[in-house]
Design a protein around this ligand. Structure first.
Ligand SMILES: [Zn+2]
Length: 473
C-alpha cells in the first residue's frame, strides 16, 4: 500500500447511495476498499467530513494542444477532472501540419501546435511528455477535410474521401476512440451525410464513438438529430450528441421534443449526450449567433485584443458601427453567446444519458467560465441549489456513465483493481468561482485529486506529477 484515504464517504460512481469506506492505493491501482486499519509507514489522508469519488471524466474538451502546452492542466485538475475527451466538434489537432489554420481549428490554440502529420505522432508526443490527466482521443472530420481538400467549400470527391479514409485509418490504428464531426462550421458545412458515412465507415467493423456538433442546434435541430442518428447506424458507432442545446429564443422549450427523440432512439441504437450547466455557449465570432443571442461577449480578437471581455453591443455603439462592420473589425475573433433557456439546460441535465462536458476553449484570453468551473458548477447548481440530481447521481454522470459510454473498463468507478483516478471533495461547500466577468478562477472544495495513483492537485495548486495516460478502448 502506498497511501490510504480514511474516513471519507465513498461515492463509487455507479449512482449508488454513499457508504463509509476507506480506500487503499498501491502503485496505479485501488487495492482495497473497506475498513482499513493504519499500517506503520503508510501515509493516511484524512477524509473526515469529505467524500471520495472517482476522478471526473470531461466528456467534451478542446484540450488537444493544451495538454502539451500546459501539462499541469490546472483548469481541469482543480475541478476534479482526471480524464479529458479530446478532438470534439470535428476539430482535432492531428493529423494536420499547416502554418495557418482556418476557423474553427484555431480554437485549439496557436498555429505552431499543428505539427503532427499523423495521429500517432501526436499520441507519441503525449506519451513522451505526459500531462497530469488521461486522454480519450477522437479524430476530427473537419481536420481531415482541411488536411486533404484544397477547397472545403464543397463535398469531397472520391480521391479526397479515399485520402481522408487513409488518415482516419491511421488514427484508429494509433488509438483514436472514434470520430467527431462539426458540420455547423464552414470547413465542414458542405460535407453531405453520404460523405461522412463514406469516410467514417471504417468504424463499422470495430465500433467506436461518433461525437457530433450537430449541423443545426436552432430552428432545424430535428433533421440534424435525425442525420446524426442515421450516420451512427450506418457506421455502427455510439452517437454522442455534443453540448446538446436549443439555440435562440424561438427554440426555447424544445428540449422536450429533442430529448424525447433521443430517448426513443436509445431503444434502437447506442446514443448519449453531453452538456454543461451554463445558458451560454462559446465559439468563433459569427453573425448568425450574434443575431439569436440576447447578449454576446467577446473572448478574443486578433485585430482588437482589447475587446476581450467586452459586450459586442457596447463595442458596436462606441465605434458607431452596425453589426456587419463591427464583426469585420473584430474578426477573426471568438465570443460567448447567451442563447439558451436555463430551463432547457436543466431539463437536459435530468436526462439519464447526459454526461458532463466542459467544451472549454483553453487558450481564450477571456474564456467562457466553463473551462474552469463546469464540474463544480454542476455540483453547486444542479445538486445543491436546484436539487435536480442527488450528489451521487451527479457524480455518476461525471464518472461511471461516461466511462461506460467511452468503453473504459477499469475507470469511472471506485472499485478494487480499478485505476486510482480519485477526487476528495467537500459535498457541502464544493463550488465553482469562475464567472462570465471573471472566468479564470479556481474552484473551492476540491481537496485532492489523484490520477493513476499520483496526486495532481493538493487543494491549492497542482501536485507536480504528470501521470496521465493515453487511454485505449
Ligand atoms: Zn461544438
Amino acid at each position: 500500500m502506498d497511501f490510504v484515504v480514511k474516513g471519507a464517504r465513498l461515492i463509487d460512481g455507479s449512482g449508488a447511495v454513499p457508504c463509509q469506506a476507506d480506500v487503499a492505493v498501491a502503485g496505479e491501482r485501488i487495492v482495497r476498499i473497506g475498513n482499513i486499519e493504519p499500517v506503520a509507514g503508510v501515509p493516511v489522508i484524512d477524509g473526515t467530513g469529505l467524500a471520495v469519488a472517482p476522478g471526473f471524466i470531461d466528456s467534451h474538451t478542446h484540450d488537444d494542444g493544451y495538454l502539451l502546452a500546459h501539462p499541469d492542466m490546472t483548469p481541469k485538475v482543480s475541478q476534479g477532472i482526471t480524464t479529458v475527451v479530446t478532438g470534439n466538434c470535428g476539430v482535432s489537432l492531428a493529423p494536420l501540419v499547416r502554418p495557418g489554420v482556418p476557423q474553427p481549428l484555431d480554437l485549439l490554440g496557436p498555429a505552431e501546435l499543428f505539427r503532427f502529420a499523423t495521429f500517432k505522432q501526436w499520441l507519441d508526443a503525449l506519451r513522451d511528455s505526459p500531462a497530469a490527466v488521461n486522454v480519450v482521443p477522437l479524430v476530427g472530420h473537419t481536420t481531415l477535410r482541411v488536411a486533404i481538400m484544397d477547397d472545403t467549400g464543397r463535398e469531397a470527391n472520391d480521391t479526397e474521401k479515399s485520402a481522408m479514409r487513409g488518415l482516419l485509418s491511421e488514427a484508429l490504428e494509433a488509438g483514436a476512440f472514434g470520430v467527431s464531426t462539426g458540420t455547423f462550421y464552414p470547413p465542414a458545412a458542405a460535407a453531405t451525410t453520404e460523405e461522412i458515412i463514406d469516410v467514417c465507415g471504417l468504424l463499422r467493423e470495430r465500433g467506436g464513438i461518433y461525437a457530433t456538433h450537430l449541423r443545426d442546434e436552432a430552428d432545424h435541430i430535428v433533421p440534424a438529430i435525425n442525420e446524426a442518428l442515421e450516420i451512427g447506424r450506418a457506421i455502427n458507432a455510439t452517437v454522442v450528441f455534443s453540448h446538446h442545446k436549443l439555440a435562440g429564443e424561438r427554440n426555447h422549450g424544445r428540449s422536450r421534443e429533442t430529448l424525447d427523440m433521443i430517448s426513443k432512439a436509445a431503444a434502437r441504437q447506442p446514443v448519449c449526450l453531453d452538456c454543461h450547466p451554463y445558458p451560454a455557449t462559446s465559439t468563433m465570432l459569427r453573425l448568425d449567433r450574434v443575431r439569436i443571442a440576447s447578449r454576446t461577449l467577446i473572448t478574443w480578437s486578433t485585430a482588437c485584443p482589447e475587446a476581450a471581455g467586452r459586450d459586442f453591443q457596447d463595442l458596436k455603439a462606441e465605434w458607431g458601427l452596425d453589426d456587419e462592420a463591427a464583426f469585420h473589425k473584430l474578426s477573426p475573433a471568438g465570443a460567448i453567446y447567451f442563447l439558451m433557456d436555463p430551463k432547457d439546460v436543466r431539463r437536459i441535465f435530468q436526462h439519464p444519458l447526459t454526461m458532463v462536458g466542459s467544451d472549454g476553449l483553453p487558450f481564450d484570453p477571456h474564456p467562457h467560465p466553463r473551462q474552469w468551473g463546469t464540474f463544480t458548477n454542476v455540483l453547486r447548481t444542479m445538486v445543491r441549489e436546484h436539487r435536480l440530481l442527488s450528489f451521487e447521481q451527479a457524480i455518476h454522470r461525471m464518472t461511471g456513465l461516461a466511462a461506460r459510454q467511452y468503453g473504459l473498463s477499469d475507470r469511472g468507478f471506485l472499485k478494487e483493481g480499478h485505476y486510482a483516478d480519485m477526487v476528495l471533495l467537500d459535498p457541502d461547500t464544493v463550488t465553482d468561482m469562475a464567472t462570465f466577468e471573471d472566468p479564470i478562477q479556481l474552484s473551492r472544495g476540491i481537496n485532492g485529486v489523484w490520477v493513476n495513483g499520483q496526486r495532481v492537485w493538493n487543494g491549492k495548486e497542482p501536485g507536480g506529477a504528470r501521470p496521465g495516460k493515453v487511454l485505449s478502448r
